[in-house]
Design a protein. Structure first.
Length: 296
């Protein structure tokens, strides 16, 4: 092994919808965290792993820090952010190019001064004028003592400089995971997240935020995975929206989720999804924990 090999944990933090999960997937080189154009898609702490000849990067994607809503679910998600920041070697603080608002400033108040923080300016491909970037970098350099400032376009995979910058700040040490591992999460968890992503992508504003997914059964028979899942919603009307006219919406969710699972797991998948009503689940601490929120 390289005598200068480095291994460490890197938190990815920022307000909702700045592209944290897209950045994680680009850094890992494979989809391990769900993405959507709607904010607050990520609810769990997700670990993504990338190994090369010089380092093992253990990225921790966190939920977008939520200032506006104080449900039990959001309290658990915010605690996940603050707990993660105290247990990593490097922090990536992600913001959008030429955009820094009070929500970003709120997250910046959480940044530790005891470990290196790299400012990642994402979505630079969306800038109307490329000469806007340098003044924005200069402005942000005055806001916080960042170890580095790195512009990226995560959606297009333009992140080449970032791993080199991160490696500088990782401690020397052997890898903690197998070189082929890409996440510490099991297939059961990934299956639930893929279904949840399709709900976010295919439905309107309310239902995705009022729903959760539970895997009731996950079995493997040779090259076939049988997965039975339940989508938990708050109201009967949400159940009707999820199912859709003649069941067409749920059929689309199931079909897209199954295809993604087959690609990720490298096998055939039999997927069956039911919709169940559990009123007030997002405000019920016990219900939130029973659905796996707040788990490492």
């Amino acid at each position: 092994m390289n005598p200068d090999f480095r291994t460490g944990f890197i938190a990815i933090v920022g307000r909702p919808n700045v592209g944290k999960s897209t950045l994680l997937n680009a850094l890992v080189g494979q989809k391990v965290s769900i993405t959507s154009r709607k904010p607050q898609t990520t609810r769990h702490r997700i670990i993504g792993i990338h190994s090369d000849d010089a380092a093992q990067f253990i990225f921790v994607d966190t939920p977008g820090f939520q200032m506006e809503h104080k449900s039990a679910l959001n309290r658990v998600m915010n605690k996940s952010v603050t707990d993660t920041l105290s247990n990593v070697d490097v922090v990536l603080f992600v913001i959008e190019a030429s955009h820094f608002d009070p929500r970003d400033a709120q997250v910046m108040k959480l940044l530790p001064d005891s470990r290196p923080v790299i400012l990642v300016i994402n979505k630079i491909d969306t800038l109307q004028e490329k000469n806007e970037l340098l003044p924005f970098i200069e402005r942000m350099a005055k806001e916080f003592p960042f170890a580095e400032i790195v512009p990226v376009a995560a959606e297009h995979g333009k992140i080449e400089v970032l791993p080199k910058a991160i490696r500088t700040y990782l401690p020397e040490g052997p890898p903690m995971y197998d070189p082929d591992d890409i996440t510490d999460r099991n297939e059961r968890f990934l299956a639930a997240e893929i279904i949840r992503e399709k709900i976010f992508r295919l439905l309107g504003e309310e239902v995705p935020y009022q729903s959760s997914v539970m895997i009731e059964q996950f079995t493997q028979e040779g090259n076939l995975r049988r997965i039975h899942a339940s989508v938990i919603v708050d109201k009967a009307g949400q159940k009707a929206i999820l199912i859709g006219k003649g069941g067409e919406k749920m059929k689309a969710i199931s079909t897209q989720a199954r295809k993604d699972m087959e690609q990720l797991f490298g096998s055939k998948v039999f997927l069956e999804i039911w919709v169940k009503i559990k009123s007030g689940w997002a405000d019920d601490e016990r219900a939130v924990k029973s659905l796996g929120y707040g788990d490492a």
